[in-house]
Design a protein around this ligand. Sequence first.
Ligand code: NDP
Length: 292
Amino acid sequence: MEVLDGNKVATEIKNEIAESVKRNLKLNKRPPHLAAILVGKNGASETYVAAKVKACEKVGFVSSLIRYEENISEEKLLKKIEEINFDDKIDGLIVQLPLPKHINEIKVTQSINPSKDVDGFHPLNLGKMQLNLPTYISATPAGIIELLKRYNIKTSGKHCVVVGRSNIVGLPISILMGKNNEIGNCTVTLTHSRTKNLKHITNQADILIVALGKAEFIDKSMIKEGVCIIDVGITRVKSNKTKSGWKLLGDVNFNSVKESCSYITPVPGGVGPMTIAMLLQNTLKSANKEVY
Ligand code: NDP
């Protein structure tokens, strides 16, 4: 079994991005600028946004973190997004999800200028992804594809089973894995909470991508010998063994499957760091006007 080291690959990508920023600076181009909006005080969201801002600094980007209280009105949030949409000095805008219940996430996602939608959640960018047109592919699916590519994992003709059909992970990665691309050409089965006999299906997977948000859900009995496992799940659980008092668990029981799979992404250190690296890559693409 080989561990797919997301930290290592993400560092390679971030170094490439930092080099590109330096080259642009020499040409008197300003550094890419990512703006992030964070509403409320969700612990996990705070952690994710802090990691994104820190990653921006490391590669030489400018970042702006705009914080709002939980009770901000939808109108005020949309007004801020519109202001950023027209700000020529900002290349990428992300609004950290989930948002409080009184705010319509779909409305917010659609209000972001597609040319700055570096999360790739806007319907226009999702449609472009479907048609293989230049676009921002959302960071987590893009990170999975890049990880498979850099580890030279063959996907053509394989059976890829995806567990979870969310708009940000399961659905887009199922589309990408079925595309006629270098990393793609799989026969894809997309499963969800209504899937009957899930175990029977996951047992047929050559590549198993798991994104359902249930800690250690997949165990040895659910996989075939030699499967490549991509564990997207992140669940924070209390722990008295860590300094922070929390530890992160994936959707796969690592110890149970480790002897049976060919490859596996660890949690933490697998898909998570790749997601951040791809967000930076999308922001660089925006600054370089490679998409719009
Ligand atoms: P969502 O909660 O949006 O979607 C979960 C999906 O899993 C749904 O499609 C749901 O089905 C399905 N599901 C739930 N229970 C089962 C079950 N028992 N059997 C089969 N399918 C089931 O999750 P996200 O996609 O947003 O996130 C999934 C996980 O990935 C979370 O732990 C999240 O924290 C993590 N994540 C990690 C990222 C990273 O960078 N590593 C980035 C984004 C997410 P249905 O549609 O029928 O409800």
